[in-house]
Design a protein around this ligand. Structure first.
Ligand code: ADP
Ligand code: GLC
Length: 489
């Protein structure tokens, strides 16, 4: 390759600030601009969901009529985001212009036409990466994210003529895009790709498997998760394939958007602060207690959590020990939506202890920021966590996290011990056994440290001094892109 800037097409199932369901949206929003700052020439392609259409109302229709076999006609809209990133939105009203979320309707049911919706995303991405692209701009690499875009490496591999290299990032192996095998023919997949060494997965087809088989390089979002998914416990059936492809698999830790998540400049806080003004966290604690109706106790530790409510996140483990925690004493500030049984469990807890437990049963960006700043410590009892962003936010906000040592949580939180404190490395509390008892023990250790101000200050300051910015990780992605271009098969 010459020194010409690397041209990258980034395929985004969701994208902050336009649409987000979780950390994937944060990553797709923050990584491309960082890559651009490092000299890459980046465009992002995504479906023109209804909120995306509304946000890009001034976009130009650069490809007015695109007809791909097996899919409804669509168009490509081009627009520049405020951060300078060029966005290509696939305008296909029949598939994307509707109320509800990107993957599910308002009632939480998966859209039945998801294979077409995300088949089209991948098909368009592959078109733009191949010789038949309707655009003059040709990428060197297409970077796909999760199952929603994972068919693109397959389409590209079987396309005629010169093609871009492909990279697939796995943000969460638990989501695999599995559909009846008959779907494959409707998506125009070539017959040679339908066998067990292609998309076939236990008599069905898997979008994610297509990417794992055909991508030139695979990454996942932390080094520990890259190792964990090669074993049965967290391999979700793909461990054999991942072991077979381990020579092209890399774990690259996510970064955080250090502008968006900065306690010194965060407009959602009652008081802004840096590491030298940690006493101002007290104002945020009071504001958080007020906003959730908690008793305005300055000295009882306040434990925060912001999460999708799913089995993955271990909310049930927290529920199992909540009464004991409250008696410790402690207060809880919880924000999240998801599994109705978990929502009901937390809601009932808040009804039983209205002055000790506050529950925001909603998606609320501002409250998420206030919890990071106003809580004394932050809980992430996830059963597995490919990377996790909140534990990095909380360290930046001087709010030590208590986490299960798995995936990115193990890679980003240093457990508090005499040795790690002496080394200036301790930033939080970790537990290794996946159980409510182990969580309780870790929180008890955290509460004991909270009542020892010098230790607590050290933990807060160590966490705030850590560099979780995207620049480091983006450099690692550039290296993977170069390998993908050079090692294209
Ligand atoms: P995941 O992607 O598995 O949900 P991450 O930790 O990577 O986990 O990212 C979750 C992101 O979603 C974080 O930015 C977090 O603050 C945000 N989030 C989750 N639930 C809510 C909510 N109810 N309100 C606001 N933000 C939320
Ligand atoms: C997934 C994972 C989460 C990760 C995020 C962004 O949603 O569950 O751990 O931080 O993707 O990569």
């Amino acid at each position: 390759m010459t020194d010409a800037p690397l041209r990258l097409l980034f395929v985004a199932p969701e994208l902050v600030p336009l649409i987000k369901t979780g950390g994937l949206g944060d990553v797709c929003g923050a990584l491309p601009p960082t890559l651009q700052q490092l000299g890459a020439d980046v465009r992002v392609v995504l479906p023109a969901y209804r909120p995306v259409l509304a946000a890009l109302s001034g976009a130009s229709r650069v490809v007015p009529n695109l007809r791909l076999p097996g899919f409804p006609a669509c168009a490509l809209l081009e627009s520049k985001l405020a951060n300078g990133i060029d966005v290509l939105a696939i305008d296909c009203p029949e598939l994307y212009n509707r109320d509800g979320g990107p993957y599910q309707d308002a009632g939480g049911n998966d859209w039945p036409d998801n294979p077409q919706r995300f088949g089209l995303l991948a098909r368009v991405a592959a078109l733009l990466g191949g010789a038949q692209s309707p655009l003059d701009w040709r990428p060197d690499v297409i970077h796909c994210n999760d199952w929603q875009s994972a068919l693109a490496p397959l389409y590209l591999r079987f396309a005629e003529g010169a093609r871009a290299a492909s990279v697939l990032t796995v943000h969460n192996l638990a989501f695999q895009g599995v559909f009846p095998l008959a779907t494959a023919a409707r998506l125009g997949l070539p017959p040679q790709s339908l066998g067990v060494d292609g998309v076939e997965y236990h008599g069905q087809m898997s979008f994610l498997k297509a990417g794992l088989v055909y991508a030139d390089r695979i990454t996942t979002v932390s080094p520990t998760y890259a190792a964990e998914i090669q074993h049965e416990r967290l391999g979700f059936g793909m461990q054999g394939l991942l072991v077979a492809r381990s020579s092209v698999l890399t774990g690259i830790l996510n970064g955080i958007d250090a502008g968006e998540w900065d306690p010194a400049h965060d407009p959602a806080l009652a008081a802004r602060y840096g590491a030298a003004e940690l006493e101002r966290k007290a104002d945020n604690k009071l504001a958080l207690q007020r906003s959730l109706g908690l008793a305005p106790e300055p000295r009882i530790p306040l434990l925060g959590l912001v999460s999708r409510f799913t089995h993955q996140k271990g909310i049930d483990l927290l529920l199992a020990i909540a009464d004991e925690l409250i008696g410790a004493p402690a207060q809880l500030a919880l924000l999240g939506r998801g599994d109705p049984a978990l929502e009901q469990g937390v809601a009932a807890l808040a009804v039983r202890h209205p002055r000790r437990v506050g529950f925001g049963r909603r998606v609320d960006e501002a409250l998420a920021h206030l919890i990071e700043a106003g809580a004394d410590m932050f809980l992430m009892p996830s059963r597995f966590e490919p990377c996790g962003l909140n534990q990095m936010y909380s360290q930046r906000y001087g709010t030590p996290p208590v986490v299960h040592a798995t995936g990115g949580l193990a890679d980003t939180v240093v457990d508090c011990s005499a040795a790690t404190l002496a080394a200036g490395a301790a930033t939080g509390f970790t537990f290794t056994e996946e159980s409510a008892g182990a969580l309780l023990q870790a929180v008890r250790r955290a509460i004991a440290a909270y009542h020892d101000p010098p230790t607590w200050r050290a933990l807060q300051k160590n966490g705030m001094a850590k560099d979780f910015s995207w620049a480091r990780s983006a450099g690692e992605y550039l290296a993977v892109y170069r390998e993908a271009v050079n090692g294209k098969s």
